[in-house]
Write a protein that binds this ligand. Structure first.
Ligand SMILES: [Ca+2]
Ligand SMILES: [Ca+2]
Length: 283
């Protein structure tokens, strides 16, 4: 689910809900609904259908679905994220080894008409829900890179299930992690934590996208920006830059490296990130 706050209270006013069919028979489709107003902040799957039964891409070619000013892609792609993960495990000694250079990711790309969002500044985030016993349960969310991995400590489950509007409650745990990783003084750590919460991505459509001030392009070095905060300015880069396999056209993400891919639950990325998170959180 992609959520958009249009009036600065960190509560969604617009939501795009992508619901996937079962993949039991080997193929899978996605239906996208749009909902506006108070309902956008809820977890149901009602809303106006804007993309219906779009095929999910499991091969090298991106299967793009277009309808009524919208373009949609979902499926395997080359992971556009770039970061020297091993360097963080090795006490921030970076060698420029991009852990994600040969990795794939399941991606969702949605293009919407400008008129859908208006001309004012908005805040964006995404969340993942699974259907459990007739209810939708939120199991993941995020807007800014890495902080849900490295700063939430033992409150990971509560954070993943949380809403940006309630993020003030995570200032203490973020501050605690920052004291550890960046040797921040306690008050300084709280101030830094407040710059990262609520976790939303601000975007003013009248200005070019550029992380961290205004949205984020696929080539913006969001990993470096996060490192500078994590280390209180002591480390400002991991010597890794953007990937060169991005496409000039929709869906922008490059073709997957491997067509036969591991399941996300056992992927090396998930394992590495869990290790890194445990280590940084062990103060
Ligand atoms: Ca709002
Ligand atoms: Ca970098």
């Amino acid at each position: 689910m992609l959520k958009i706050d249009t009036n600065g209270d960190a509560v969604a006013d617009i939501a795009y809900r992508v619901r996937f069919s079962s993949s039991a028979d080997g193929s899978q489709t996605a239906t996208v609904r749009r909902v506006e107003g108070a309902e956008a902040a809820e977890t149901g799957d009602s809303g106006q259908v804007i993309i219906e039964a779009a095929p999910v891409s499991t091969g090298r070619d991106a299967r793009v679905t277009e309808a009524g000013g919208y373009r949609f892609f979902a499926g395997w792609r080359s992971d556009p994220f770039f970061f020297d993960t091993q360097g963080i495990l090795n006490d921030f000694q970076f060698t420029g080894d991009d852990f994600f250079a040969d990795k794939d990711v399941c991606g969702i790309v949605l293009e919407v008409p400008n008129s859908d969002l208006g001309a004012k500044r908005v805040s964006l985030w995404a969340c993942t829900l699974i259907g459990a016993a007739g209810d939708w349960v939120q199991v993941d969310r995020g807007a800014l890179p890495a902080q849900a991995v490295f700063l939430v400590g033992t409150e990971r489950d509560a954070y993943m299930a949380g809403e940006p509007a309630d993020d003030d409650r995570f200032v203490p745990v973020f501050a605690h992690s920052l004291e550890h990783t960046g040797r921040y003084a306690p008050e300084e750590a709280k101030r830094a934590a407040r710059t990262l919460l609520p976790e939303v991505l601000p975007y003013d459509p009248t200005r070019p996208a550029s992380f961290p001030g205004n949205g984020r392009t696929l080539t913006d070095d969001a990993g470096d920006a996060f490192l500078a905060i994590l280390t209180n300015g002591k480390v400002t880069g991991d010597k890794v830059g953007p990937h060169i396999d991005l496409l000039a056209e929709f869906p922008y993400l490059g073709p997957p490296h491997n067509i036969s891919v591991p399941s996300p639950a056992t992927s090396p990325i998930a394992t590495e990130l869990r290790k890194a998170s445990r280590r940084l959180g062990s103060s």
